[in-house]
Design a protein around this ligand. Sequence first.
Ligand code: DC
Length: 235
Amino acid sequence: MGTPAHLPSIIAIDGPASSGKSTLGKGMADRLGYLFFDTGVMYRAITWLALSQGVPVQDGAALTELARRSDIDIRPPSVADRRNCDILVDGTDVTWSIREQQVDSQVSAVSAVPGVRQALTLQQQRIGQRGQVVMVGRDIGTVVMPQAELKIFLVASAEERARRRYEELHQRGEEADYSQILAGLRRRDEIDSSRQVAPLRPADDAKLIDSDGLDAAQVLEYAMRLVYQAAEQDP
Ligand code: DC
């Protein structure tokens, strides 16, 4: 019997909003028996907390303070309502509330605050360094886990992403307007890519996947080939 191939232990997936990162990351983590860690939920949790406490999203110092002292916990799902995990902020279950449109529209501004990024990046590194993890975000390959053995940058056109997001909201029975979603995605792309700290961009050694015209299963198969290729290069 040959030696088992050395599978990448830390896998980073970055890309713009609604490009399918979470679906891909969850699929890869399930196949590999790894932890799936969607780092965007942390920025969403702080945004939800700021909105619920009336902290203005322009107040960088107050947001930094919130990020430093809040306890964000990600646990196995306790409710069978199609959630991947429970997301708790200071003990409150915010799994679905962090997906509401009010959070969607403010989260890019909150995640552009350097102090918020610093606090959350440290927490993410602590979890990621344990290995056997698929981490999803905007700056995983460039800043949070530059040592990841496999880095994927997943893209899709804004129209395709807006269509997917529309379907997702529609299926959940929420009101959705395609042109508003498209405009919102473009605005978030602009903020995420142009912020000063850790802007959205592919790492130099990232593998680019364009998911336009591919379904989730095809993207997963392609990404799993990259996993095995990475293992062959590092036996
Ligand atoms: O992936 P998402 O849409 O849930 O991310 C929410 C926001 O958080 C998004 O505007 C970008 C930001 N984010 C980030 O800046 N860095 C990460 N590692 C993850 C998310």
